[in-house]
Write a protein that binds this ligand. Structure first.
Ligand SMILES: [Fe+2]
Ligand SMILES: [Fe+2]
Length: 354
């Protein structure tokens, strides 16, 4: 079954990006006054080295289209085309979500460390979003990013939730892009679109964005202790589960790259968990058989909800409620599975060696 809905116009692409659902990337707002009070003094040395990297801007010329780019675009089989477009629309939404959030923080704080960091990250995310949107425009499906900024709903998160959630999205973004890049480096015949050639240098930006949040968290160690460990578990599971369910609606996309969705996702979890040892005192045991089974159950619930929604009427509504309740129980069980604990290293930053 082809689980994604085909997007056939730029208006539909923008509408798809605007919709807020359990699985779609969101836009965030936060407490800017609290952001302004963030102190990075405890990690000053590592912070300054990182800021010098942002300043050096080694990707300033990377996000340009080359002449070969257009020549490499080919017509894809319809199911793959639909899933690829769905992937691009959700990717442009999450790149742009970062861009909007970092810009808003930069505008609303006077703390020089946070302001400078947010400006650099917004610069990177705006390049990323622009590059993906150009790829969508090749198909006549460019998303109206300005309109999206004005009309998409914003979710308010306290700064600490922003730190946990955005740290993880940046690192998982790195892990996703590098896993694809390495696979297509080994199998260039499976590279069905030129954009994947850009992923290596691109994901180093995401990696560095994650490093920034790791340093902020490590500079404020109370965010990594006590009851906050429960929040870290919550965000780890939320980010992993969302990715699993979303990816499993795009089986053709992974198959075309020589992956199977589950294997791809667990490789991404493995890398992300490894990186997260720099900052999180708890880790999910993603190899636990009940963890794997639970994620699959969540995907089945999501599929069940889609079918019930399509059915409509009272029966459809009841069935949807049933699937939602089952999803909630499954999520709670996953949350309660045993976790692994981790001793934080003295030096926070790690090299991106994947
Ligand atoms: Fe990005
Ligand atoms: Fe990023």
């Amino acid at each position: 079954m082809n689980a994604v809905h085909a997007i056939t116009s730029a208006e539909e692409a923008t509408q798809k990006a605007r919709v807020s659902s359990m699985l779609s990337p969101r836009f965030y707002s936060t407490d800017y006054a609290a952001m302004d009070r963030i102190n990075v003094e405890p990690v000053r040395q590592e912070w300054d080295a990182m800021m010098a990297e942002y300043e050096g801007d080694n990707n300033h010329d990377h996000f340009q289209r080359t002449a070969e780019f257009a020549a490499e675009i080919k017509t894809l089989p319809p199911a793959l085309h639909d899933e690829f477009i769905d992937f691009l629309v959700s990717s442009v939404t999450s790149e742009f979500s970062g861009c909007v959030l970092y810009n808003e923080i930069a505008k609303n704080v006077s703390n020089p460390d946070i302001k400078a960091l947010m400006r650099f990250m917004a610069r990177d995310e705006s390049r990323h979003a622009g590059f993906i949107n150009q790829a969508l425009r090749d198909y006549g499906l460019g998303v109206d990013l300005g309109g999206l900024k004005r009309t998409k709903a914003y979710t308010y998160f306290k700064p600490k939730y922003i730190f946990y959630a955005v740290y993880l999205s940046e690192k998982i973004g790195y892990a996703r892009y590098i896993t694809i890049f390495r696979q297509l480096e080994r199998h260039p015949e499976l590279r069905f679109h030129p954009i994947f050639r850009w992923f290596e240098r691109w994901c180093n930006d995401e990696y560095r964005h994650g490093e920034s949040f790791a340093l902020i968290l490590r500079a404020n160690p109370h965010l990594l202790r006590g009851g906050n460990k429960l929040w870290i578990r919550f965000f780890l599971l939320a980010v992993y589960a969302t990715m699993y369910v979303r990816d499993h609606t795009r089986p053709q996309l992974h198959e075309a790259m020589g992956f199977e969705s589950t294997a791809y996702d667990f490789e991404v979890f493995r890398i992300t968990t490894e990186i997260s040892k720099q900052v999180f005192p708890v880790m999910l045991d993603t190899d636990h058989p009940s963890f794997r089974a639970g994620l699959h159950r969540l995907f089945e619930c999501a599929q069940g909800m889609e079918r019930a929604k399509a059915q409509g009427g009272v029966m459809g509504m009841l069935k949807r409620g049933g699937w939602a309740a089952l999803a909630a129980v499954t999520y709670a069980r996953l949350y309660l599975l045993p976790t692994k604990s981790n001793e934080l290293p003295v030096q926070v930053r790690m090299a991106p060696t994947w």
